[in-house]
Design a protein around this ligand. Structure first.
Ligand code: ZN
Length: 208
């Protein structure tokens, strides 16, 4: 147990006014069949040696359990989902709309509802692929106000520009892998060389 704050208020355990400790406690529980460890926050009454949870603490402790589970099974945590959305500067409602999900889906995923693996994969793709975000934005343009569309477009375009080197590296790698595994590589090369003849001076035998 670690003390993280002290506040003076009426204690709901002993019903006296005194200094209450706000403490962090490392706990474990079983969620969806998985044992998870997490940090919970409580009020602590020194006199009765008992813990109390405010409504806010109950909510935060529940999210801590869900996030511990998400980490254990390899899903994005609620904070990671929030970070993806913040990166694009898009609201919870609009990201749900962009992905064709229910209006409250992202709000729930940033809170108490654990996303399924299919939706998790889509969120990871949005995170790593601004080009895909731009395609989705274009497809769903009529669902946004012009100013909102422009705002999302310029942010995603900037992210796309920053990812350009990554896209290029992937393309080069994919091309190399294709050439490596394709026996027609040399034939393709000759064919391409022949196409070059059109509108150009003929290639000599060495070039072909
Ligand atoms: Zn007390």
């Amino acid at each position: 147990m670690k003390i993280i704050d002290r506040i003076m208020k009426t204690c709901l355990i002993c019903m006296n006014e005194h200094e209450i400790l706000i403490v962090r406690v490392h706990e474990s529980t079983v969620f969806k069949g998985i044992t998870v460890e997490y940090d919970a926050v409580y009020e602590y009454c020194d006199d009765y040696n008992e813990f109390n949870s405010t409504e806010e603490m109950i909510s935060l402790n529940d999210i801590a359990v869900k996030n511990a589970y998400r980490k254990a099974v390899g899903l994005l945590t609620s904070d990671e989902i929030k970070a993806i959305r913040s990166k694009y500067g898009i609201s919870q409602f609009d990201l749900s709309t962009l992905l064709g999900w229910g209006a409250k889906t992202i709000t729930r995923y940033e809170g108490h509802q654990v996303q399924d693996f299919a939706h998790d994969t889509i969120l990871r793709k949005i995170d790593s692929d601004p080009q895909w975000f731009l395609i989705l934005l274009e497809t769903n343009k009529n669902k946004f106000l012009e100013a909102t569309y422009q705002k999302y477009f310029s942010t995603a375009l900037k992210l796309f520009g920053e990812s350009y080197d990554l896209y290029r590296q992937i393309a080069v790698k994919a091309r190399r892998a294709w050439f490596k595994s394709n026996k027609g590589y040399s034939g393709m090369k000759r064919k391409c060389a022949r196409f070059r003849i059109i509108g150009q001076r003929p290639l000599n035998k060495q070039q072909i």
